[in-house]
Design a protein around this ligand. Structure first.
Ligand code: PLP
Length: 463
């Protein structure tokens, strides 16, 4: 490990005035910034039980890559508030770190970091406001508007296809504040603080945030990039044997765009049953699948699975915060009791009206985007993994490249992409990678890929 460079603590502290104001000691721990090999170090600071990290080049803190988890200050006495240990342990995500850096620059950027569709929202939504607002409101049943749940049951029965033994009834349907709430409630249902949830790696960073709000631990199982991102079933079995309460299956997967085969999924369900654990199937991208088995996981094992769906990606309705959990019969009452009073009637009325929208044009739109990405990345000689679903694309970086350093260099060059390490390492493979969200117009994607190729050719971002 290279020796730590001389750090100018005064210069460094300039970026952290709020900490100076607290008059607390900064504890410095210096370590190598993994894989970068150019003498840059990561400095971990501890302020009481709060901590954050900065990457240093030479002696300055110009590469301030990790957002600080700023201390909560009590306005009456100026002292840090004594927070719960769960709250203290919450950390900002790497995705936010890159977004913050992007927010600091003044030049134009192509934003390929945000997992938000650029397909237009259903036209019917423009009419909804006038119908709903001003018509009065009252508390709704916690699980959702009855008419909406009925309609969702019909709709999901059609889209889950032949896998269902019997049509879904509204009883199974729970309307949630996005897939996020559906997932959090599922973890809360099965796990006490200290219990473990098994997560795919690479995987959606939100899972770790949801579990940490509950004090729940996580353990990952690898998806193998050399085998179509197939889940490591042995790792799942080992995790369950060690007492994990839940295994999360995400198909199509964020960030890989891969799908889980029906056979592997059935094996995961069998393992969960054998170990008295539960399957949480995150299918928020199910309307955006282009090849491979469409899992319909809830339909495959409705007694063992909580199925999670969302309006965010399917209908370009991220801001409405509308999702669905399909819950096994035996668990419905307790799942509902964990709900915090239900979802706004405005969002639910809107959701009811968009269910007739044909999603085929959205599907074709993102299938075309994936094809465009394949063509453009190949033309620039950038290796990437084909995606069976979603609007994400993973680009493999050259050996030894540091994904965070590449992402920061890209921001300077006008492109925002997410470093792959935000989603987990590729275990057993030395490769680092970037996630591109193909949610900008074609010409911007073409331009961004050219910039990525140029930055990587520059070779200043790795060993
Ligand atoms: C895999 C996955 N699951 C769940 C979510 C949460 O989505 P929402 O809460 O908007 O429905 C996301 C959002 O990006 C996601 O990528």
């Amino acid at each position: 490990m290279p020796g730590p460079p001389e750090l100018d603590r005064d210069q460094h502290s300039v970026g952290h005035r709020h900490l100076d104001d607290l008059a607390v000691d900064l504890v410095w721990e210096v370590g190598e910034h993994g894989g970068r090999g150019d003498g840059a170090v990561v400095v971990h600071h501890h302020v009481g039980s709060d901590s954050f990290s900065c990457v240093h080049d030479n002696s300055s803190c110009s590469l301030h890559t990790f957002p600080t988890a700023s201390a909560a200050i009590d306005a009456t006495n100026g002292r840090p508030v004594r927070l719960s240990s769960r709250a203290q342990q919450l950390r900002p995500s790497t995705i936010r770190a890159i977004a913050e850096r992007a927010g600091q620059v003044t030049h134009p950027l192509v934003r390929l970091d945000i997992g938000e569709p650029d397909f237009p929202e259903p036209a019917v939504l423009a009419e909804v406001g006038g119908e709903i607002l001003g018509a009065g409101s009252s508390y709704l049943p916690t699980r959702g508007l009855p008419a909406f749940r009925e309609r969702l049951a019909e709709h999901l029965t059609a889209s889950l296809g032949d896998s269902l033994e019997a049509p879904l009834t509204a009883d199974a349907v729970h309307v949630t504040a996005g897939g996020s709430e559906a997932l959090t409630l599922a973890f809360a249902l099965f796990c006490d603080a200290g219990d473990t949830v098994l997560l795919p790696s690479p995987g959606y960073p939100g899972y770790g945030m949801f579990t940490s709000t509950l004090g729940v631990h996580t353990r990952t199982y690898a998806l193998d990039p050399e085998d179509g991102w197939r889940p490591d079933l042995a790792a799942i079995e080992a995790g369950l044997a060690d007492g994990a309460r839940v295994v999360v299956v995400n198909s199509p997967n964020n960030p890989t765009g891969s799908v889980v085969s029906r056979e592997d999924h059935l094996r995961i369900v069998e393992l969960a049953r054998a170990h008295d654990a539960w399957v949480v199937a995150d299918e928020v991208y199910h309307a955006m699948q282009f090849s491979g088995d469409v899992l319909n996981a809830y339909a495959l094992a409705p007694d063992r699975t909580i199925g999670v769906y969302s309006f965010s990606k399917t209908y370009s309705m991220t801001g409405y915060r509308l999702g669905v959990a399909l819950v096994p019969e035996a668990l419905r009452e307790k799942y509902t009791m964990l709900m915090m009073g239900g979802v706004s009637s405005i969002a639910q009325e809107a959701g009811l009206r968009v269910l007739d929208t044909d999603t085929a044009p959205m599907h074709a739109f993102y299938a075309a985007r994936q094809e465009l990405a394949t063509k453009v990345l190949e033309a620039h000689g950038l290796p990437s993994w084909p995606a069976a679903g979603t609007f994400y694309r993973l680009v493999a970086l050259p050996d030894g490249a540091d994904d965070m350093a590449v992402a920061l260099a890209l921001v300077e060059a006008g492109v925002v992409a997410v470093p792959g390490s935000a989603f987990g390492e590729l275990s057993g493979h030395g490769t680092s990678y970037l996630r591109l969200s193909l949610t900008r117009p074609d010409e911007e994607i073409e331009r961004a890929v050219a910039v990525i190729a140029e930055v990587l050719r520059g070779g200043t971002t790795g060993s």
